[in-house]
Ligand binder design. Structure first.
Ligand code: SF4
Length: 458
């Protein structure tokens, strides 16, 4: 109801965010940390932050997300969080016995200015970290960036703590998958295996946040990249970083630390972006693209041509995470859809805005950063009346108010399942995305069809 008061009179705002189109950095850092086997994410701040981050991930994945907190109270706010973190580390190893604790900061510990490296070293010298166990960290000040930045920072922390160049270069490709679903990570691994390319992927949340129900509780599910695998990334011959915002920083850190060259690609969502990924994997792995992958590509192309008339000139409005948006916009333009507007709360820079406009055309409204919020997105939708909306769960309010179909993408998706198990990446993922779009468009067509044009067969 409240959203009905949104007007289409857009006033340029510099200082006010209304319903942000992003979540905070530690959510992404916590998610990335879950992609290390035997790792317990730890939130260095108050319990409220940790509870929110856990709950956001639990609601999105429908799996209990484990994480601990330094439990700041007034004392820590005044005297700093060192004592809390030292005690936490000792308690966590004693009670939960993880292999690794991955600490991320919060707004409060960042404002205090806790020196995380120094505290972790102190824990080491005081014998609070048992032999063979590791504590890593990253800084995630949430007054800037977003969950995507947090994911990027924690992945970079993995490189800084684990990756090593032993001098034995291996014919192996590192893949940094970006902030995608566990299903996407599994699909990327499947494509590499199908092609016969040896890879190390980190982080890898497949088998962790979408683990099967077997009647028992597993504090540390079987999935995730092992610390040995991440360590070995320093000896790989090449790194493919998928998604510029989420993966470039870690790939660059790996290059400067271990001299592993890298290339950044768009997330392999849709035909062209998947082609680019498969082609680079082929070149760097020194393999041929197998028949099975070519068949998947052909099937995607087949449905694209068969159903083209339903996509043609349909107008789309998109809100979500920048790496996903770039690839999805490219795919939608390949389907001959029109792009009305693209909005992301993650500060994505002018390069992002330029890339979208190059793909979608100069008339497309593109905005990123704090004032590119859900309210602004709604105003743009009111103005331009798209045929279909792409966005996270929060867009359902706009979709209902404006009576426009919604395809759920990006984070968070609280009110549907499927994203955990069915990928959007790869050729098969492209098929799934197309199916989702077609279902929405055709359901709408059926709903609005006059009696005489209500067709049984398309
Ligand atoms: S924005 Fe800052 S204070 Fe709020 S939940 Fe995130 S880390 Fe905590």
């Amino acid at each position: 109801m409240l959203l009905r008061h949104t007007t289409d009179n857009i006033i340029d705002r510099k200082a006010l965010t209304v319903n942000p189109a992003k979540t905070c950095q530690p959510v992404g850092a916590m998610y990335a940390a879950l992609g290390i086997r035997g790792c317990l994410p730890h939130s260095h701040g108050s319990q409220g932050c940790c509870a929110y981050h856990r709950s956001a991930l639990t609601r999105h994945y429908k799996d209990p997300i484990m994480a601990t907190s330094s439990s700041f109270t007034e004392g820590a706010s005044v005297f700093g969080g060192q004592a809390n973190l030292l005690e936490s580390i000792q308690n966590i190893f004693a009670m939960y016995d993880p292999e690794i604790i991955a600490v991320h900061t919060t707004c409060l510990s960042e404002v205090i200015g806790d020196d995380m490296k120094q505290i972790i070293n102190k824990a080491k010298t005081e014998g609070k970290i048992p032999a063979g166990k590791t504590v890593i960290h990253t800084n995630t000040p949430s007054f800037k960036g977003s969950h995507v930045t947090g994911f990027s920072n924690m992945t970079t922390g993995m490189v800084q703590y684990f990756s090593e160049n032993t001098g034995d270069r291996e014919n192996r490709v590192n893949i940094i998958p970006g902030f995608v679903e566990p299903s996407d990570m599994a699909e990327i691994k499947r494509i590499a295996a199908e092609m016969g390319v040896q890879i190390v992927m980190f982080p890898d949340t497949s088998g962790v946040v979408n683990s099967p129900m077997d009647g028992k509780f597993h504090m540390y599910p079987k999935g995730g990249a092992t610390s040995a695998e991440i360590k070995s990334s320093g000896d790989s011959s090449f790194t493919i970083a998928l998604g510029s915002l989420a993966s470039t920083q870690a790939a660059r850190a790996l290059d400067s630390k271990c001299k592993v060259p890298f290339e950044v690609l768009n997330l392999p969502i849709g035909l062209r972006a998947t082609d680019a990924f498969v082609d680079l994997l082929r070149k760097k792995g020194g393999v041929q693209v197998p028949e099975a992958i070519m068949t998947e590509r052909g099937q995607l192309l087949d449905v694209m041509t068969d159903m083209h008339q339903y996509f043609y000139m349909k107008k789309a409005a998109l809100m979500g995470d920048p790496d996903q948006l770039l690839s999805i916009v490219e795919f939608l333009t390949d389907l001959d859809m029109k792009i009305s507007c693209v909005v992301t709360g993650t500060p994505a820079g002018t390069k992002f805005e330029k890339s979208i406009k190059e793909m979608a055309g100069g008339d497309t409204v593109v905005k990123s950063g704090a004032t590119a919020d859900t309210y602004y997105f709604h105003q743009l939708i009111k103005k331009d009346k798209p045929d279909i909306i792409f966005g996270n769960t929060y867009c359902k309010y706009i979709a209902r108010d404006e009576d426009i179909p919604l395809v759920r993408i990006c984070f968070p998706i609280y009110d549907r399942v499927g994203h955990q198990y069915f990928p959007l990446t790869g050729y098969k993922g492209g098929l799934r995305l197309m199916e989702k779009i077609l279902n929405e468009l055709l359901d709408r067509q059926d709903r609005d069809a006059a009696e005489e044009s209500f067709e049984l067969v398309m």
